[in-house]
Design a protein around this ligand. Structure first.
Ligand code: UDP
Length: 139
């Protein structure tokens, strides 16, 4: 399993608030290379599949409604230690707990509308990347 790739989505809140450019700039400044990227929208069913691990959690319906409510940017990012370094760059799930300088601290609206997704393991990065991109779309 390669450890130099992670998967991200700029979520509907950050897209609607006009933060795509600023978030991509932070990602570039932190040393990530974009291996794949698309501006897209997912259906409620796709959101339910993507967040399947959370299906028993109380926020599952709201989360999947939110993630299918507007356009997103999906991307595969490359860098040594990609998963851990990207989690550090995005900050805590709850922006009130996110460190200064992190993407969520700067751009998230709330715990649920928290601007970006970042894979939490190499295995999930691989699964989530494949959810959005075919092999020929990754460079
Ligand atoms: N989430 C939420 N309420 C919670 C916990 C999580 O709405 O109490 C949402 C939030 O958008 C989060 C996503 O569900 O990013 C996935 O949760 P996870 O615990 O995997 O957090 P992450 O890995 O995104 O920091």
């Amino acid at each position: 399993m390669r450890s130099d790739r992670t998967f991200t989505m700029i979520k509907p809140d950050a897209v609607a608030n006009g933060h795509i450019g600023a978030i991509l700039a932070k990602i570039n400044e932190a040393g990530f290379r974009i291996a794949a990227m698309k501006y897209t929208k997912i259906t409620k069913d796709q959101a339910k599949k993507f967040y399947e691990v959370h299906q028993e959690r109380p926020f599952y319906e709201d989360l999947t409604d939110f993630m299918s409510s507007g356009t997103i940017v999906a991307a595969i990012l490359e860098k040594d230690n990609a998963v851990a370094d990207f989690r550090k760059l995005i900050g805590a799930t709850n922006p009130a707990e996110a460190e200064e300088g992190t993407i969520r601290k700067e751009f998230a609206e709330s715990m649920s509308r928290n601007a970006v997704h970042g894979s939490d393991s190499d295995e999930n990065a691989c699964i989530e990347g494949a959810f959005h991109f075919s092999g020929t779309e990754i460079f």
